[in-house]
Design a protein around this ligand. Structure first.
Ligand SMILES: NC(=O)C1=CN([C@@H]2O[C@H](COP(=O)(O)OP(=O)(O)OC[C@H]3O[C@@H](n4cnc5c(N)ncnc54)[C@H](O)[C@@H]3O)[C@@H](O)[C@H]2O)C=CC1
Ligand SMILES: CC/C=C\C[C@H](O)[C@H](O)/C=C/C=C/C=C\C=C\C(=O)C/C=C\CCC(=O)O
Length: 258
């Protein structure tokens, strides 16, 4: 699928992985609505991107993915401005074992809120053109991160939600593909702040650091390229892309359905 003229919405777009994927989508010709709760970072990023890609191709919208109302308003504005939505990157996420209910609300419920709101614009059953939704999970969506049980649970849940929505979309005729991105450790603010966000598991900070050293850091470009692959390859639906320093591959899950 060519991205020229396509419209993308990216949550958590102001920094880190969201920012990198936003830039790659723009480089490939898409128009991007950048949604983030951090207005200062979002607005200053858009100023930079406007100079590189043109004002008409970017739009910053202040949006907290904990709020269904804000998500719906932002998606409507993006669709009205750019003429529909073709791509959603549900990426906003936090790692905070202390404020664990908020972690569930952002990492899991934010992905669900975003997906359902996007389907109102993207599903062929509601007059949309179809398209693709990529959800950011993690290596912690495939195996346990002992210092972060709630973070691990949200990321496993994102994998499950994505795979089930992919099947539901085919069975329902939405015309929307769903795939999940599972990066290993990436040098972002979320990664740097780990030690202060482990709550009752703070004593496992050193072990987490060792695990990160064991796996190594993944390059941001590799993560963004994996997301792009799942967007542009129209054969990919219900797929989970693992991006670690050792492996860049789609995950094979056991099949229980005959
Ligand atoms: N950094 C890492 O090692 C990895 C991160 N991830 C996941 O990637 C995603 C992005 O994380 P990073 O780029 O590392 O983090 P980051 O902290 O650099 O960026 C996260 C962005 O999300 C925004 N955000 C946070 N809460 C929000 C909310 N309620 N509504 C809207 N925007 C919100 C922040 O303002 C920020 O711009 C997250 O889902 C994270 O769990 C996955 C695997 C590895
Ligand atoms: C310090 C926390 C910072 C960031 C959290 C990120 O989301 C990060 O991606 C978390 C990773 C946690 C991984 C924990 C254990 C994973 C174990 C597995 O079983 C993973 C499966 C395959 C490994 C592939 C490989 O060998 O590279």
């Amino acid at each position: 699928m060519s991205l020229t003229g396509k419209t993308a919405v990216v949550t958590g777009a102001a920094m880190g992985i969201g920012r990198a994927v936003t830039e790659l989508l723009l480089q490939h010709g898409a128009k991007v609505a950048l949604l983030d709760v951090n207005e200062t970072a979002g607005k200053s990023l858009v100023e930079v991107l406007d100079k590189l890609y043109g004002r008409e191709r970017t739009l910053f919208l202040s949006c907290d993915v904990e709020s269904e109302e804000q998500i719906k308003a932002a998606f409507l504005k993006a669709a009205e401005t750019f003429g529909g939505i073709d791509i959603l990157f549900n990426n906003a996420g936090v790692l905070n074992e202390d404020r664990w209910e908020r972690t569930v609300s952002i990492n899991l419920m934010g992905v669900i809120r975003g997906s359902y709101a996007a389907l109102e614009h993207m599903s062929k059953l509601s007059g949309g053109r179809g398209g693709v939704i990529i959800n950011t999970s993690s290596l912690a969506g495939l195996g346990p991160l002992p210092s972060c049980p709630v973070y691990t649970a949200t990321k496993h849940a994102v994998v499950g939600f994505t795979r089930a929505m992919a099947a539901a979309s085919v069975a329902s005729g939405y015309g929307v593909r769903f795939n999940a991105l599972c990066p290993g450790f990436v040098q972002t603010d979320l990664f740097s702040a780990i030690e202060s966000n482990l709550g009752r598991f703070a004593h496992l900070a050193a072990a987490t650091q060792q695990l990160a050293e064991h796996f190594g850091l993944v390059g941001m470009c590799d993560v963004a390229e994996a997301a792009l692959d799942m967007v542009t390859d129209e054969t990919k639906n219900g797929e989970v892309f693992l991006v670690s320093p050792k492996r860049k591959e789609y995950v094979n899950f056991p099949s229980f359905v005959q």
